[in-house]
Structures are given as C-alpha cells and as structure tokens.
Design a protein around this ligand. Structure first.
Ligand code: PEP
Length: 260
C-alpha cells in the first residue's frame, strides 16, 4: 500500500470559539473533493472536542498538539494521550520544534510520548528537522537521522506513525528548501523508516512542513516521498487550507493514475 496523503493543520496557540466557523467552512468547502486526502486539524486543546464534533462526522480528523509522558496524575496543566482520544482526536503532534525549544523536549521524551500515543489508539505525528546552521553546515540529513533514531518508537510498537519533516528555519518564515533538498531529505527519511520497520516503513506518510502555502503546495506536494503537509499559518483560514487540500488531491490523482 502506498502512503496516505495527509494534510494536517497545526493551529498552535491560535483560535477562539469564533474559529469554529472556519472549521465548518472547511468541511463545506471540501465536501465535493474526492476523498484521497486525509484532512486533520490540530486546534488548541480548548477547542478540541468541538472541532472533533465538526470534523469526525465529515470523515475528517482532529489531533492534539502535544501529550504528556504519563497517562494521568499530578501534572498540573498537562494533557494525556488518553484525554485527547476522549475528546475525539485521532492524531497527536509530538516533538514539534517549538516544543523541543520552548519545553526542552528531548528525543527520548518524544519517543516515550509517541509510544504512549500509539498504545492509546492515537497516531503520533513525530516532527523532525534541522536548524539553519545545521543546514548551512551540511549536516541536515545526519541531524534528522539522529532525531529519528531517538524519537521514533521501537519497531515492535507498530508502524502506525506519521513523520513530519519541518526544517526549523522554514517554519513561519516564508522560506522553503529547494525541491531537490526536500526530495533528498524525504528519501533519507524513507530509507531510515524502511531500515527500522522493514516493508511497513514504505507505507508511513512523510509530511513536509514549513511555510507550505496555497502558492507552493502543488509543487512541494508533488516531490517524491512527500505524502502531505503539516501546515501552520495557512491552516487557520478555511479558504487557504482548502486550496492546499485541493493541491494534495491533484497530486494524489496523478500518482494513482501513474501507479495503474
Ligand atoms: C508548523 O509550525 O508546523 C508549520 C509548518 O508552520 P508554518 O506553516 O506557519 O510555517
């Protein structure tokens, strides 16, 4: 089976009740599209259950933006994978570079969270990506392989994960790597996944994230081994996000035709 095309919106710390209107608009504006694309929105936790109520009946999915390493207990202000699931989520973003930086999340913690998410029935979207200095020093692929080795669950936990390659310097900056650099990185990630999981590693979706916009989505999503995107700013408005989803749909249609 080829990897699923996934477009996941990461709302970060954005969105009040009024933002639910954008979710309703997104559901309405993507209703007529063929369903080759898995659409996911990861809102702030305050909106998660209401977003889930809008998305799940439409065959779309919601996700959390983080979860704790424990199932429950004395961890004021935290949220567990089980709670996200209970609020209707199917996915959880883990190890986003903003959390790695702001909350000192190590690869080891990312792996523990991802394993817990899997055991609670969530699909972890595990984020990796190099800094600008690492890219300029020519060590981007080595850095990402190292993050994968530390962050991806043990193979015996199953390959029901998603990887998001997000160069830190491309997030929210309007800068994106060249298509050739994206292709090289995604190929390296695919090779690593197949080494780790065997043939199941060929079915894991590898998303690109970092300034993915309606204007560049056709091009980036068509790069080999790019199986969707993790979208920040451009997922906040239904109009922008649905244009990116339409790009994903176009790419998937072409890939399906080429495979038959
Ligand atoms: C992100 O932070 O996951 C992201 C991809 O952000 P943006 O699309 O805004 O660069």
């Amino acid at each position: 089976m080829s990897p699923q095309m996934i477009l996941a919106g990461n709302w970060k710390m954005n969105g009040l009740t009024a933002a639910l209107d954008e979710v309703a608009l997104l559901v309405a504006s993507t209703a007529d599209m063929a369903s080759d694309v898995r659409i996911v929105i990861c809102p702030p936790t305050t909106l998660l259950s209401r977003v889930s109520d809008l998305l799940n009946p439409a065959g779309m999915a919601s996700g959390g933006q983080n979860c704790h390493i424990a199932t429950k207990g004395a961890h004021t202000g935290d949220i567990s994978a089980q709670m996200l699931k209970d609020a209707g989520a199917s996915y959880v973003i883990i190890g986003h570079s903003e959390r790695r930086m702001d909350h000192g999340e190590t690869d080891g913690r990312v792996r523990t969270k991802a394993e817990l998410a899997i055991s609670e029935g969530l699909v972890p979207i595990i984020c990796v990506g190099e800094t600008l200095a690492e890219r300029e020093n020519g060590v981007a692929i080595t850095v990402v392989e190292h993050q994968l080795s530390g962050s991806v669950p043990a193979a015996d936990k199953g390959a029901n994960i998603v990887i998001a390659y997000e160069p830190v310097w491309a997030i929210g900056t309007g800068r994106v790597p060249t298509n050739a650099d994206i292709a090289d990185m995604h190929k390296a990630i695919r090779t690593w996944l197949v080494g780790h999981y065997g043939s199941a590693g060929g079915e894991v979706s590898i998303l690109y994230g970092g300034s993915l916009k309606p204007e560049n989505a056709d091009e980036i999503l068509a790069v080999e081994n790019v199986n969707g995107g993790l979208v920040g700013g451009a997922s906040l408005k239904a109009e922008d996000f649905s244009r990116i989803i339409a790009s994903g749909q176009r790419v998937q249609t072409i890939r399906r035709a080429a495979a038959t």
